[in-house]
Structure formats: C-alpha cells, structure tokens
Design a protein around this ligand. Structure first.
Ligand SMILES: O=c1nc2n(C[C@H](O)[C@H](O)[C@H](O)CO)c3cc(O)ccc3cc-2c(=O)[nH]1
Ligand SMILES: C[C@H]1O[C@@H](n2cnc3c(N)ncnc32)[C@H](O)[C@@H]1O
Ligand code: MET
Ligand code: SF4
Length: 330
C-alpha cells in the first residue's frame, strides 16, 4: 500500500443536540431515557457560545449529533414544543442557520431521515452523515428499528439522489464477521458508484461503554481494524477517503494500510460518543505520524467544492475558509 501524500483532518465543534433516541443500540453510551438526569435537548442559547468559541479557535465545522427519531419519545416532543419548534428538522434548520451566522459549516448526523427531511437540510449543510454500521442483522441492534440495514441504505441513497456530500462508515467489533464487513463495504461502494456522493468512509472501532449491554464485550484488536482498513481501501473507489478516529486507535498503522483522514478533531469540545477518549492535538498527531504531512480540510471535501455541491447559503463561508484547491486556507 503506497503511503498517502498527506493525511487530512477537520477542526470541529461537536454538539450533542439531544441524547433522546428511539433506538437502544447495545453498544451506545450516549443515549439517555427521558427521565434520566442527564437527558437533554440543548437550547440555541447553550449552543451559541460553543459555536463562537469554536470559530475563534479556528474550527470550520459544527457537527450536530442527535439520538435518532427522538420525536417518537413523547417527553421530547413536549420539550421541543416548549422551545417553540414543531419538529426536529425545523429545529436543526435553526441550528444550522445559527452555525452559518457564526462562520461555521454545518454537518448534521441525525440518524435515518426521509426525503423531505433531507431536502430541507441540504441547503444548510456542507455535508451530512449516517453510519451504515453494518449490513447484517446483529443482536446489538435487536432493539433499534433505525438500524435495520435497508432503512440506513435508503437514507444514504436518498442523500445521493439529492447530491449531498456524505459521510458513512462501519462500526467494527459489534458482533459482525469479517465477511459481513466486506459485504458492508461493498454496499457502500455500490451506493457511491450509483450516486457519487460518498466523500469519506469511517472505519470506527467499537469501544465498550459502562452500563451498556455490551460493557464487557471486547474492543476489536488492532489487527482486525487494520485488516478492515486494508479491505476498505481495496474495495472502495479511489475518490472515497478512508477515515479513522485518532482518539480510538493509534492511526499510524492504519494510515500505512490505506486510511488518509482523521475526521473531526476538536480543540474545544469532547467526543460525546466516546467521552473517555480524548482527541490528540495537532502537534501530538505530527509526532505520531512523523513522515506524512497533515493537511486541514473542511467538512465538504475539495472534490465536492469543485463540483459545486453546496448551496448559495454557504458560498461566503466556503470562500472565506477554502484555498484554491479546496483545503483550509492557511
Ligand atoms: O468526532 C467524532 N466525529 C464523528 N463524526 C464526524 C467526523 O469525524 C467528521 O467531523 C465529519 O465527517 C466531517 O468530515 C461522524 C460523522 C458522521 O457523519 C457519522 C458518525 C460520526 C462519528 C463521529 C464520532 O464518533 N466522533
Ligand atoms: C455516531 C456513531 O458513533 C458510533 N458509536 C456509537 N457507540 C459507539 C461505541 N460504543 N464505540 C464506538 N463507536 C460508537 C456509531 O457508529 C454511530 O453511528
Ligand atoms: C450517537 S449516534 C449518532 C447518530 C444516530 N443516533 C445514529 O446512531 O446514527
Ligand atoms: S448509537 Fe445512535 S441510534 Fe443507537 S442508541 Fe445511540 S444514539 Fe441511538
């Protein structure tokens, strides 16, 4: 495997808008029941200072993460109504507007969405994301209607039809076989060949979370992860970047095996999905990856900036942040 010319990353703020979720994934430590003291729906007033601090710290992306279809939970619907919104999408639109007003590019990761919802969010997002997780039926997902593979594939397909630059990926080590992982990657390949919208595929390793059904389940080994990265690089077309989270594994070997992106790295917020895993800072990363230069990108990859896959609403920010090659202006 030839080593990449450079390794990319994106400076972001991670905003866990709500942890209310209709699903109960066996590995998830993020979700909360509505009566849990840590259950939340963040208000615009709570989010604005995070956006401002992120902009001042040089971030380009506002990553909005949600539990899935929280509207199926009655308490959540009431909270949303109290805040003055009639649907999650309406609220997400407001948050994206606020991020844009503060100079950041929104990336929404809200679980499965339908065509109408995606259509509403497209003009306000630089890119969007949904992890396929896996194409197989697993015990980890037995209480998660939103993790039925066909539903996830449908959302990714609709995003392609709508020309939304897209992030997807697989979660490794949740009970799937090596063959399942190859099948999942082949499905992502098929989707990209048809719609050309997959800018990056995350190879995310499961890390056990306390007080979850899978708290005693082992993390996948480094050799499993690096083998998966190799397969991904072999299977996926060259214009799809392979992303690995540098707070969950040592990225060096994975880069030697075909990964070339480190995803969102935040100078000001924690990884709310893996809160125990701190992000290395850029200087640390330069020490971990001494022989390949790092390069900062935006949440929309250069290819999709060149293709003009973004709305006029984002023109000003992209002009302001991107250099002539579509990377972060230095
Ligand atoms: O910092 C994180 N960023 C996550 N990201 C964001 C990613 O790291 C990048 O910031 C964006 O994809 C921008 O390119 C996700 C994006 C998705 O669309 C789907 C899942 C994830 C998961 C994470 C995550 O666990 N931690
Ligand atoms: C946002 C993404 O975070 C991932 N995710 C959820 N729980 C965990 C965990 N315990 N370990 C690693 N990744 C996780 C899923 O792949 C989800 O889609
Ligand atoms: C905290 S997980 C992030 C988004 C969504 N709940 C999903 O699993 O797809
Ligand atoms: S991983 Fe996402 S969909 Fe699954 S329970 Fe957690 S928040 Fe919900």
């Amino acid at each position: 495997m030839p080593i990449p010319e450079f390794v990319t990353y994106c400076r972001n703020v991670f905003i866990p808008v709500t942890n209310i979720c209709r699903n109960r994934c066996g590995y998830c430590g993020f979700r909360r029941d509505p009566d849990d003291p840590q259950a939340q729906l963040m208000s615009v007033d709570e989010i604005i200072p995070i956006l401002k601090k992120g902009y001042e710290s040089g971030c380009t992306e506002a990553l909005f993460t949600f539990g899935e279809s929280a509207e199926e939970v009655p308490e959540y619907r009431y909270w949303l109504y109290e805040m003055g919104y009639s649907s999650t999408v309406e609220y997400v639109m407001e948050l994206c507007e606020t991020a844009i007003d503060n100079g950041l590019l929104p990336h929404t990761n809200a679980g499965v969405l339908d065509k109408k919802q995606l259509t509403m969010l497209k003009p306000l997002n630089a890119s969007m994301g949904l992890m396929l997780e896996t194409i197989s039926k697993l015990d980890a997902h037995e209480n998660s209607p939103g993790k039925i593979p066909e539903k996830r594939i449908e959302t990714i397909k609709l995003a392609g039809q709508l020309k939304i630059p897209f992030t997807t990926g697989i979660l490794v080590g949740i009970g799937e076989t090596a063959n399942n992982r190859i099948e999942s990657l082949n499905e992502i390949k098929k989707l990209h060949e048809k719609y050309g919208h997959i800018q990056e595929v995350i190879i995310q390793n499961f890390t056990p979370k306390p007080e979850t059904p899978m708290s005693n389940y082992p993390s996948p080994s480094l050799s499993t992860i690096s083998e998966t990265v190799s397969y991904a690089r072999e299977i996926l077309p060259d214009d799809v970047t392979i992303q690995v989270p540098p707070n969950l594994t040592d990225p060096y070997l994975l880069i030697k095996n075909g990964a070339s992106d480190l995803g969102g790295i935040s100078p000001t917020t924690i990884d709310w999905i893996n809160p125990e895993s701190e992000w290395p800072d850029i200087v640390e990363l330069e020490n971990i990856i001494p022989d390949i230069p790092l390069k900062e990108r935006l949440p929309i990859h250069p290819k999709y900036i060149q293709k003009g896959w973004y709305s006029d609403r984002l023109n000003k920010i992209i002009d302001n942040l991107a250099d002539e090659n579509g990377y972060r202006k230095t």
